[in-house]
Write a protein that binds this ligand. Structure first.
Ligand SMILES: Nc1ncnc2c1ncn2[C@@H]1O[C@H](COP(=O)(O)OP(=O)(O)O)[C@@H](O)[C@H]1O
Ligand SMILES: O=P(O)(O)OC[C@H](O)CO
Length: 494
């Protein structure tokens, strides 16, 4: 019987593919890391061919690991690192420039210029986003303006723009489908989240020709079929969704007020706000959590650019640790971080500060500071940054009693306990922490008829562990106050 689901999860540091069965259980996984390119200060690029090849290899490896043939796969879902921007030739499929990654800050000045023209409020009304280099529009304009002949070719309809979902769809279907979904579109700064369509005025502001844009579909839709030569059978691609929104689905946060937080390269907290597109007074983002049957479910999102990436920096940059997992033992080996605060603003600060020019710092060093203190302060920085986001959500009226956590970092028990302590709310870890791939799989399964409703998907969610706050409130507030003071030292704007 063909009732397996192939979920493709193209992330910032690795491409993954997971085969799930119709009960949402893991049957096989394939994963490949790929290179990060930092050509200049605060520039981050990926090689699109590497994105494609690692994705393809991961899919083949997942199918092999599940010991199934492609014919047994009923449906395919795609989830992806969002905002990362690609532009390619419609004829040859070749990208005209490397993928400019969401973390890339090269367009900070352009954002300042647009802000000085008083455009931020207008852009915010239409898109729910802020004028920050994080989002796709200014990256796309940069490629059009800096690659010889790109703008002319774009205007002549010879080039195609897409985020990673759209690029993979193009490649998987052999250039037959040029489409994206509402959640990925909602991260471009070009999409009107209230009307669910590309916005002509935004295209004019960012100077983007409409001819390059993909069609925007619901998260469950007929996106196209894979080229039969790729896996030995032509498979229907029936869901596409940005990775943080996919994690929201994988965590079954379907009821307004439910909130999930994902800890991978960055950290992304998403609060379901139902059919209301709330405008944050706290500089959080309004975004589409998922869109089914033409109806968007909105969310407030807080985005932190560096979470697990700080641990990677301890490992690869400073070589203080041999593996990410070592941070747990190191953090446990000392009573406190010894007054050390680590602010991982390597590519500026995201929500709620939105300061692209801020840079990182380690503060409070003494002769007694050792590797363990720095490792502990690094994990604590992830907790403090999450607290910043929860404070902002509370400022917007949210009443958050618990948080569903997931992502590569949450295998670290010390980190999740510290998170509960720092936030003063309980943190729930699910059985399946690969919620991103799971969310894409659920939606593909919904479209394929393997699941009949969001309610039946929600019934599959299972808690693996619950972490309750244990730290006395006075201590919690003192430490958080220390963090706020430390952050104020690296900020370049108020
Ligand atoms: N035991 C651990 N303790 C702390 N951080 C960890 C641990 N295991 C993995 N990480 C961090 O988690 C991140 C990987 O998570 P993942 O969800 O795979 O990221 P992404 O999807 O962004 O590529 C890496 O940045 C790594 O440093
Ligand atoms: O690839 P991740 O998991 O780091 O997620 C990246 C986000 O989608 C960026 O907005």
């Amino acid at each position: 019987m063909s009732d397996f689901i192939l979920a493709i999860d193209q992330g910032t540091t690795s491409s993954r593919a997971i085969v799930f069965n119709a009960a949402g259980q893991h049957c096989g996984v394939g994963q490949q890391e790929f290179a990060q390119h930092y050509p200049k200060d605060a520039w981050v690029e990926h090689d699109p061919e590497e994105i494609w090849q690692t994705t393809l290899a991961s899919c083949r490896a997942a199918i092999a690991a599940a010991e199934i043939s492609a014919e047994q796969i009923a449906t395919v879902g795609i989830t992806n690192q969002r905002e990362t921007t690609l532009l390619w030739d419609r004829e040859t499929g070749e990208p005209v420039y490397p993928a400019i990654v969401w973390q890339d800050r090269r367009t900070a000045e352009q954002c300042v210029r647009l802000k000085s023209q008083g455009l931020e409020e207008f852009v915010r009304q239409r898109t729910g986003l802020l004028l920050d280099p994080y989002f796709s529009a200014t990256k796309l304009a940069w490629i059009l303006d800096n690659v010889d002949g790109a703008r002319e070719r774009a205007e002549a309809g010879k080039l195609a723009f897409g985020t990673v979902d759209c690029f993979l769809l193009w490649r998987l279907t052999g250039g037959k489908s040029h489409a994206t979904d509402a959640t990925n579109a909602s991260r471009t700064l070009l999409f009107n989240i209230h009307r669910q369509q590309w916005d002509a005025e935004l295209l004019r502001i960012f100077d983007i020709p409409a001819a390059i844009l993909p069609e925007v579909k619901d998260n469950c839709a007929e996106f196209g079929r894979t080229d039969p030569d790729l896996f030995g059978a032509s498979l229907p691609i029936q869901s596409m969704i940005g990775d943080q929104q996919a994690a929201t689905v994988g965590q079954a946060c379907f009821v307004p007020g439910m909130v999930k937080s994902t800890y991978g390269t960055g950290c992304f907290v998403v609060l379901n706000t139902g059919d209301k597109a709330l405008v944050s007074s706290q500089r959080l983002l309004t975004t589409i959590a998922y869109q089914l049957d033409g109806k968007p479910c909105y969310a407030l999102e807080g985005s932190i650019f560096v979470a697990g990436a700080a641990v990677q920096w301890l490992r690869d940059g400073l070589k203080l640790i041999g593996s990410a997992a070592e941070t747990q033992g190191l953090a446990e080996s000392v009573e406190t971080a010894g007054g050390v605060y680590m602010i991982p603003a390597f590519t500026g600060l995201g929500a709620p500060y939105w300061d692209p020019d801020a840079r990182g710092a380690i503060l409070g060093l003494t002769r007694d500071t050792g590797i363990a203190h720095i490792a502990r302060a690094t994990l604590e920085s992830v907790c403090y940054q999450t607290r910043d986001l929860l404070e902002a959500m509370r400022g917007d009226g949210a009443n958050i009693a618990s948080l569903r956590v997931d992502g590569g970092m949450v295998v670290n028990d010390w980190l999740v306990q510290r998170l509960a302590d720092t936030l003063g709310v309980s943190c729930e870890r699910p059985q399946v922490t690969e919620t991103t791939a799971l969310g894409a799989a659920y939606l593909a399964g919904l479209q394929a008829g393997l699941f009949d409703s969001l309610e039946s998907i929600a019934a599959l969610w299972q808690r693996q562990a619950m972490f309750e706050p244990q730290m006395p409130a006075v201590q919690r507030e003192q430490r958080y106050h220390g963090w706020k003071k430390a952050v104020s030292r690296v900020r370049t704007s108020e």
